[in-house]
Ligand binder design. Structure first.
Ligand code: FES
Length: 201
């Protein structure tokens, strides 16, 4: 039987949305969820040209991380909880660039949370060492990462660590914080990756 809603604007809009989802309990899932679900709009050809990509935040639960593709790269969208945000200011001494002095983000993301809105982090999910995809490790004090682990991202390739704002730890191979892509909000729950306030990146 034909699906009467398959070609409706709502159905088309839904197909633009989010891809792989990790949760607080889904440790290490992100790295294994790539490559991406193929149904996301715009087309593969447009995406390879770097067209902006829309994402709907409605379905991203607190603590969850989803991945969308932009410029052929994984872009993480992490919905940070209040506890995650509260923890960000407590481990600056462990970080190589806690104030984001290096040019790894748009000017509007050079702040304490490295984001336009504190509750959502966007970051390109590629390690700044050699480009592996780090795993999402939000568990504070994880046994394999140390008592002082504040939650963040761990790169299994050579052991680099990043916090929940994508800031790199000291004394790891990765030299820089994770890159923050250009992005903008369109209303409360929709954002566009690859387009900042001045237009397409
Ligand atoms: S690629 Fe991530 S630590 Fe080397």
């Amino acid at each position: 039987m034909n699906n009467p809603t398959a070609g409706s604007p709502n159905a088309r809009q839904r197909r633009r949305l989010l891809l792989a989802t990790g949760t607080v309990g889904g440790v290490g899932l992100v790295g294994t969820m790539l490559p991406f679900v193929a149904s996301m709009a715009p087309s593969d050809a447009a995406r390879s040209r770097g067209a902006p990509v829309e994402a709907d935040l409605d379905s991203v639960a607190p603590g969850a991380l989803v991945t969308v593709a932009w410029h052929g790269k994984p872009v993480w969208i992490l919905h940070r909880t209040r506890a995650m945000l509260d923890g960000l200011g407590k481990h600056d001494s462990l970080l190589a660039d806690p104030l984001s002095r290096e040019e790894q983000q748009p000017a509007y993301a050079r702040n304490a949370t490295r984001s336009l809105r504190p509750d959502f982090l966007l970051a390109i999910g590629l390690c700044t060492h050699l480009g592996c995809v780090p795993t999402y490790r939000p568990e504070v004090g994880a046994a394999d990462l140390g008592d002082d682990w504040p939650g963040g991202f761990f790169c299994p390739c050579h052991g680099s660590k990043f916090d929940l704002a994508g800031r790199v730890f000291r004394n790891v191979p990765a030299p820089l914080n994770l890159e923050i892509p250009p992005y903008a909000y369109q209303g409360e729950t929709r954002l566009v990756v690859g387009q900042d306030r001045s237009g397409p990146a």
